[in-house]
Design a binder for this molecule. Sequence first.
Ligand SMILES: Nc1ncnc2c1ncn2[C@@H]1O[C@H](COP(=O)(O)OP(=O)(O)OP(=O)(O)O)[C@@H](O)[C@H]1O
Length: 354
Amino acid sequence: MSLTAEDVQAALAGIADPATGQDIVAAGRVKALTVEGDAVRFVMEVPGEMAKGYERTRAEAEARVKALGAATVSAVMTAHSEKAPPDLGQKKKPAQPNAPQKVQGVDRIVAVASGKGGVGKSTVSANLACALAAEGRRVGLLDADVYGPSQPRMLGVSGRPASPDGKTILPMRNHGVTMMSIGLMVGEGQAVVWRGPMLMGALQQMLMQVQWGGLDVLIVDLPPGTGDVTLTLAQKAEVDGAIIVSTPQDVALLDARKGIDMFAQLKTPILGMIENMSTHICTNCGYEEHIFGHGGVAAEAKKLGVPLLGEIPLHLDIRTAADGGAPIVVSKPESKQAQAFRDIAKGMIARGEA
Ligand SMILES: Nc1ncnc2c1ncn2[C@@H]1O[C@H](COP(=O)(O)OP(=O)(O)OP(=O)(O)O)[C@@H](O)[C@H]1O
């Protein structure tokens, strides 16, 4: 049986074109088709930027023509660049070098903030990151608390991050969490006096030059208050949402409100509030007492129209676990205290937030 060009074209028309979804003949990929006896030759013209992705298509094309009975098949791939659409006189959009950028490999960024210091923002960030990792998410934690970086201690990480090529920084990893902290760059206990531009440079470096790898979510532990770091983060990176941690007292809530206002101005969606230290659970007898009051954050969240993500009890184990380098979610995953964090993590995953 002698092969015809029509037979070959019909066989090739059964192969989908990766770029357009049409078949490769209809998409105009097949050029210069010649059939001489049982030898078939053709050229596959593919978009230059996608040439690698077409290797499989080329191999399939060869196989299909061979299956028709061709003794030799030569399918040569050539790359061309797709022509830019004609400029119809519209003004070009100005380049926006300063617009917030996507961090390479990172699907979502979630900032954890608090209006006031000491309310447990870092404890919540560390436990949330570990809880998300335990649920199988690829999690990163960036400790951007330039004034008091505590994540190296909380996640039990020390040492200086390596930079084999002098350009990118390799992050650290523990408890399933990929992490980077400003504390690792300056050394523990070293007081840091940051000037504005230095601080912005350091944050940008940690965001963009760290090899985060593929992450479903990067949690950013911000410094307390409504300062430069939060502003810089929102300017440099696309932040998908913010979580505000507060204790139930009025003063903390007042500051939390300022934090929410700031994110609203930055157009960062508020994922919700977390009430920390809401109920004190006695380590001896399990008696529950509301030392700082209870339900204040729930009421505030309702007033502001943002969700309450969860309530974390005040418990000695949460502090000792964090101080010991293995957050309670890792060291006592079945405890009621760990459960509170795990429920928040599960809720975030269910809503597609992490
Ligand atoms: N739910 C909790 N139960 C017991 N201890 C807690 C709880 N949450 C936080 N702590 C402890 O309170 C202290 C302050 O917490 P943390 O460092 O997380 O606060 P922060 O808001 O990040 O503070 P800052 O950013 O001002 O340094 C830590 O010693 C921590 O272990």
